[in-house]
Ligand binder design. Structure first.
Ligand SMILES: C[S@@+](CC[C@H](N)C(=O)[O-])C[C@H]1O[C@@H](n2cnc3c(N)ncnc32)[C@H](O)[C@@H]1O
Length: 338
């Protein structure tokens, strides 16, 4: 909710702003319930109840900041009953849906079932990480990189980046991971995504990117099995991965897998990394740099919005643009064969 954009409601001059007054009126409150909370999409792919409660709480607070406000009965009743039955503590667990709108025209929507906990069933892959969002954004901004190409995603987790590639026209996407729990969820998300897109094509074809291809497959792949990585190399024009460079003990194994998969000068890998520990990221660059050329494209985000993109083609010079929020320091690394 911290990143939610309230549009006109961010206005400081609430009393004078007519748009804000409109957003607060009872009729519009009813419309918000109908077109957001009770919308077919929200009821079919329900976000976490915690998220709905926080959204309504914020909305109610905004209404209450208006002079002479009035609250819609249905809104209040729904809010009170949901808040009473929802665990609002920070550690809420359980599955929910998240809908990712990847472009401003709202063409590219990916709907994923996810776990609310960062670590669940012994894996970090049941939740979408921010690096995955940034990689998905990148391919939506640069669809030509994957359009018509065979894509293999490593450590796919819930699958966002791979689904985004399919949505912008990749010829084929193979989403891989090593965790049984992740693979089960990934397959379920793949089937859901298929149904969702098929439904959209029937009901609202203009909401689907014409390039969208229903061609994602899910497969088990452990980076330790370099022979299997080598076999998959033929199916990979573009190798992608998000937030897979986080652990110094698995970085060498990951680099071994990348070495097998980016085996020719025609192949390329795009990896987004959240810099939590500079040494781990440097280890990744150092190991991968032994056999490949690195283009370290530094993307700097503020509140999730790309504010600066620097392409540093030199292998040795690492441009470091730090952001006050370390979680927002996400780099995109391009790897090609030397
Ligand atoms: C932090 S999650 C990132 C998931 C997803 N890419 C994202 O950004 O939302 C790391 C993923 O890497 C996978 N992973 C870790 N070690 C792996 C290995 N040796 N082989 C294949 N996948 C691995 C995990 O199962 C997990 O799904």
């Amino acid at each position: 909710m911290r990143k939610f954009i309230w549009g006109d409601w961010e206005s400081t001059d609430l009393e004078r702003d007519e748009n804000v007054a409109l957003l607060a009126c009872v009729r519009v409150q009813g419309e918000v319930m109908k077109t957001i909370i009770f919308h077919e999409h929200t009821t079919s792919y329900s976000p976490s109840h915690q998220y709905i409660v926080f959204f309504l709480k914020k909305y109610i607070e905004k209404i209450e900041s208006m002079p002479n406000y009035d609250l819609d009965d249905e809104l209040m009743e729904f809010y009170v009953s949901l808040a009473a039955t929802t665990n609002l503590s920070a550690g809420a667990a359980g599955m929910c849906y998240k809908t990712y709108t990847l472009d401003k025209d709202q063409y590219t929507k990916v709907v994923l079932n996810e776990e609310q906990m960062m670590i669940s069933q012994g894996t970090t892959g049941l939740q979408t990480w921010e690096a995955s969002l940034r990689l998905a954004d990148f391919f939506v901004e640069h669809p030509d990189i994957v359009r018509g190409q065979k894509v293999v995603e490593l450590g796919a987790g819930c699958g966002l980046a791979g689904f985004a590639c399919a949505a912008v026209g990749a010829a084929h996407v193979l989403s891989t991971d090593c965790s049984t729990a992740v693979l089960k969820l990934l397959e379920a998300n793949r089937l859901k995504m298929r149904l969702h897109v098929a439904g959209l094509l029937r009901k609202a074809p203009n909401m689907v990117d014409p390039a969208f291809k229903d061609n994602v497959q899910v497969a088990e792949l452990d980076w330790e099995h370099t022979d299997e990585c080598a076999k998959l190399s033929d199916s990979a024009d573009v190798v992608i991965g998000a937030d897979i460079t986080y652990d110094p003990t698995i970085v060498p194994v990951l680099v071994g897998a990348l070495k097998e998969m980016v085996a020719t000068s025609q192949q390329v890998a795009y990896i987004t990394a959240t810099i939590r520990n500079q040494e781990t990221f440097d280890l990744f660059l150092q190991l991968v740099g032994k056999y490949s050329s690195i283009c370290n494209a530094v993307h700097v985000y503020e509140s999730g919005v790309l504010v600066k993109s620097v392409m540093d083609l030199s292998e040795t010079k690492m441009t470091t643009l730090c952001h006050p929020n370390p979680m927002a320091d996400i780099r995109l690394v391009l790897i090609t064969r030397k």
